[in-house]
Design a protein around this ligand. Structure first.
Ligand code: NDP
Length: 491
């Protein structure tokens, strides 16, 4: 804010967390961080570059020498302490997540913060149960396999589930004995900043976790191309994933990519319609449709198409859109103005492509005063588009869902598989044989039958086709964050 030529700093500055200390970026520059519900700048974020990343990598490399030797029981104890501190600061973290991202506070309380606690608890205890195999070669040799941490893990996470996805990476990385440099999205730095303080309060040694803020192009790329970072865990868009590969590939880094989706949600005529409709409302519009696992393409068996669509549209119209800080709000603001414009662009494109907007498509008119300048869009249902249309092919990542009728399981499978993505799918039917057959035939890393977003942290998680490379989750994460070494001893 300027006044008479004097610049007053009125908002918090989010600094980097390197070697256990909060430090300004080498550039001295900051990026404005906007609350998407109000359009107001609520903080400034360190605009970091290669020098900051280099300092963080050096701190992590130094810390690795002792962290890798720290007994699993002690690492576990520290991670459990972090989980406890997240729980103690539950209300503040939920508020920050909602302010930063625009999501309803009820969702942050129900999903984001509990999951952050769980991520730390899950991997803190998983390392106490991990096993490694041994192989006897007849009576000639004993082989045993060590799983060793790699060193400095580079962790890059997006803005849609900021704390949820950041902790999904930090917890297994450090539980397995690595140190890390994390780069959260510049759009949502606040809970990462708070987490850094909690990690320090928990007594995690300096340098084990470092957080560098800034843009993907500067700080993110400095991490993916840093020669002393042998591993990258990235969650974000497919296009960015390709850039990550381009820079990490020539350095032969171990890379895990969790990318975009265009997930099908298939409803057969024999489904429990009450459940299918209620859950499809969630899978279409939860977090304003900004969850990689949202079902953005609804396919409904023609026999029930009319009834389903009428009821689905009715339920969509009833969703409460408004101030994310209000406990009763169900749909909040989109993360930024450019993103809102991008999503609106797809609504316009749907019309050009011959689609019919059954409900939504506009910015809501009757918002409370506090959030009148926010980036809101009505939940939108579009019908009448062929599967090859751009709106049916490209990830929109907003509160927009298409509905399309189908006639047979084969049609449903073909429609479901008609994009370059393969992240997740839902299938609704009471016929279990059909459920198994269709689920096996859909190209996606996760298929839910008669549910959505039911996550067991032990299961493999990741995408097929252009939705990703590799699987994390459970012991799969611990495998990703360690390297297998076989030792062969002649008998
Ligand atoms: P982006 O790909 O734009 O960004 C993801 C992260 O990568 C951000 O921290 C970003 O930084 C950073 N980044 C951007 N460019 C580069 C680069 N060249 N090198 C290294 N890092 C870079 O995704 P969004 O943040 O827009 O998130 C939405 C996307 O994430 C959607 O496509 C969604 O489907 C996907 N996603 C996938 C999930 C999965 O599990 N498969 C889960 C959640 C989301 P910054 O934003 O600061 O520029």
């Amino acid at each position: 804010m300027t006044g008479g030529g004097i610049r007053f700093r009125t908002v918090k500055r989010v600094l980097n967390f390197i070697d256990g200390q909060f430090r300004p970026p080498c550039s001295g520059r900051y990026l404005p961080n906007v609350n998407p519900a109000t359009g107001q700048v609520i903080s400034e974020t360190a605009d970091s570059g290669p020098e900051d990343v280099d300092a963080a990598v050096s701190a992590a490399s130094r810390a690795f020498e002792s962290w890798k030797k720290t007994p699993a029981e002690e690492r576990s104890r520290l991670l459990l302490k972090v989980a406890g501190l997240i729980e103690e600061n539950f209300d503040e973290l939920a508020r920050l997540e909602s302010e930063d991202n625009g999501k309803p506070i009820s969702l942050a309380r129900r999903m984001d913060v509990p999951r952050a606690v769980l991520n730390f608890r899950f991997f803190a205890t998983a390392i106490l149960h991990a096993e490694t195999p041994s192989h006897m070669t007849d009576d000639r040799a004993l082989n045993y396999t060590l799983r060793q941490p790699l060193g400095v893990a580079g962790l890059i996470s997006p803005w849609n589930l900021p704390l949820y996805l950041l902790t999904w990476k930090i917890a297994p990385a450090i539980a397995a004995g690595n140190c890390c440099v994390a780069k959260p999205s510049e759009l949502t730095p606040l809970t990462a900043d708070r987490l850094a303080a909690l990690i320090a309060d928990a007594g995690v040694p300096p340098g084990v976790v470092n957080i560098v803020h800034g843009t993907g192009a500067a700080a993110g790329r400095a991490l993916t191309s840093h020669p002393k970072v042998p591993l990258i865990s990235f969650t974000g868009g497919t296009k960015t994933g390709a850039d990550v590969m381009t820079h990490a590939g020539p350095l032969f880094k171990k890379v895990s990519l969790e990318l975009g989706g265009k997930n099908p949600n298939v409803v057969f005529a024999d489904a429990d319609l009450d459940q299918a409709i209620a859950t499809s409302i969630q899978s279409s519009f939860a977090n304003q449709g900004e969850i990689c696992l949202c079902g953005s393409r609804l396919f409904v068996e023609r026999k029930i198409y009319g009834e389903f669509v009428d009821r689905f549209v009715e339920a969509t119209k009833k969703l409460r859109i408004g101030d994310p800080q209000e406990a009763s709000t169900e749909v909040g603001a989109l993360v930024s103005e450019p993103h809102l414009r991008k999503v609106e662009g797809y609504v316009a494109l749907a019309k050009e492509e011959g689609g019919e907007i059954l409900t939504g498509g506009n910015r809501p008119g009757n918002l409370p005063e506090r959030v009148r300048d926010g980036y809101f869009l009505e939940p939108t249902v579009i019908a009448g588009l062929d599967c090859n249309r751009r709106v049916m092919q490209e990830e929109i990542f907003g509160p927009v869902v298409t509905v399309t009728p189908f006639d047979s399981p084969e049609d449903a499978i073909a429609y479901a598989n008609s994009t370059r993505y393969g992240l997740s799918a839902s299938v609704w039917t009471r016929d279990l044989q059909k459920a198994h057959r269709v689920a096996a035939a859909i190209d996606s890393g996760t298929v839910w039958v008669n549910t959505w977003l039911l996550r067991d942290l032990r299961v493999p998680f990741g995408g097929m086709k252009e939705s990703g490379v590799g699987r994390e989750g459970g012991f799969g994460s611990l495998e990703f964050f360690t390297e297998a070494k076989n030792i062969c001893v002649k008998l």
